[in-house]
Design a protein around this ligand. Structure first.
Ligand code: ADP
Ligand code: MG
Length: 355
């Protein structure tokens, strides 16, 4: 069994299939024997296996927890021996095999945990690296961009400009303003601006944010439902950053509902956390898109609409506030973003984030 499990790239399914094949010839009546491994209700049976035939079973424990069993059966009756038609030696053997199966599963799961953790770390590391690079590039670009914008504005003031030149200069201005906006977001993403931490009411952030976005909502035929928990405790946070979080989420929601729909913003308290939920009835996301939304510059929108920095910025702000973000989405059905932030001074949140 150690040899089977040691084969590179072998799946648990294959290990169990080969194990059952290995068991049968080791029993006294292999011509009528069959075997199966059951793990978490999933059955891996050798060909011909029939439930209810007389069998010998041994439990599979993974880290002491029963998760299934290994079983050898005789498909036809055989004379009674030590344990039904089975031998004491066969009992020892099947116990040893079940123990091995438990160990193999344990090792597999530890390996999966390790890989998962590693990919999470790599992701965080990549975000930090990109943030660092982006901040550097943004700083460098800021100055030439300022010149482009400034001189375009100056040039427009020249008397007797032909109309077409005037229009072109206006386009240069608009484009550099757009570029400046991207740089501002990049710098925010890299969190080059120091946060100003204070006690903040998320309800106030929502009310002010929606006020600011109201016109845009009604213009696109979006109905806004706001359900704020009036007993919501305060959080220790940078209000401007939370405002940015709300705006980014609401803008995404509105962009997902070009034909109108419902935007639902909700706040609730849940033990030591305040939850802010932003939900839309828009186009939703495929699993593929959902997987990449936190990757900086990942966007499915065209240049005018998106930079692919909205959700990475939200993610950065939320995690720097020791909070968590979860996104549930289904293509064609809408999206729900759930943000949880620690309640200021709550005993469950010792070691609060400091400025
Ligand atoms: P941007 O909005 O600039 O594209 P974001 O980081 O805000 O960048 O979002 C990344 C991508 O995630 C979007 O391009 C879109 O495909 C998807 N997305 C984000 N929010 C929503 C939403 N509410 N509904 C559907 N898709 C969304
Ligand atoms: Mg966005």
């Amino acid at each position: 069994m150690a040899e089977i499990a040691g084969k590179p790239g072998i799946s648990l399914e294959e290990i169990f299939a080969q194990t059952t094949a290995l068991l049968i010839p080791a029993w006294r009546y292999p011509e009528v024997a069959s075997a199966r491994v059951v793990l978490d209700g999933q059955v891996y049976a050798a060909p011909g296996f029939e439930e209810g035939s007389s069998g010998q079973r041994s439990d599979v424990l993974v880290q002491g927890v029963p998760r299934g069993f290994v079983e050898v059966v005789y498909l036809e009756p055989r004379p009674a021996l030590d344990e039904g038609p089975f031998l004491r030696e066969e009992r020892n053997l099947i116990d040893a095999v079940a123990q091995q199966v438990g160990l193999i599963v344990e090792r597999r799961e530890a390996e999966l945990d390790r890989v998962h953790l590693q990919s999470q770390l790599q992701h965080a590391d990549r975000l930090a690296t990109i943030g660092f690079l982006a901040a550097g590039v943004a700083h460098e670009l800021n100055e030439p961009l300022g010149n482009i914008l400034g001189f375009a504005q100056l040039a427009r003031k020249c008397p007797n400009l032909p109309e077409s030149a005037e229009e072109d200069l206006a386009k240069i201005e608009t484009a550099s303003l757009h570029a400046r906006e991207i740089i501002r977001k990049l710098l925010g993403f890299a969190r080059q601006m120091p946060p100003e931490m204070a006690l903040v009411s998320i309800n106030d952030v929502v009310r002010e944010g929606l006020l600011f976005l109201d016109a845009r909502c009604s213009r696109t035929g979006v109905e806004v439902e706001c359900a704020l928990d009036e007993a919501l405790p305060l959080v220790f946070a940078d209000a401007a950053q939370l405002h940015q979080v709300l705006v980014n989420l609401v803008v995404n929601a509105l962009q997902a509902m070009p034909e109108g729909g419902t935007l639902r913003v909700q706040t609730v308290v849940d033990g030591g956390h305040v939850c802010l939920n932003v939900e839309d009835s828009g186009v939703g996301m495929s699993a593929d898109v959902l997987e990449r939304v936190f990757v900086p510059f990942f966007t499915t929108k065209d240049v005018e609409q998106g930079t692919g920095l909205g959700l990475p910025v939200v993610h950065g702000i939320v995690t720097s506030h020791e909070g968590t973000i979860e996104i549930h989405s289904e293509a064609g059905r809408g999206t729900r973003v759930e943000i949880r932030l620690p309640v200021a001074g709550h005993p469950a949140n010792e070691g609060e984030p400091m400025a």
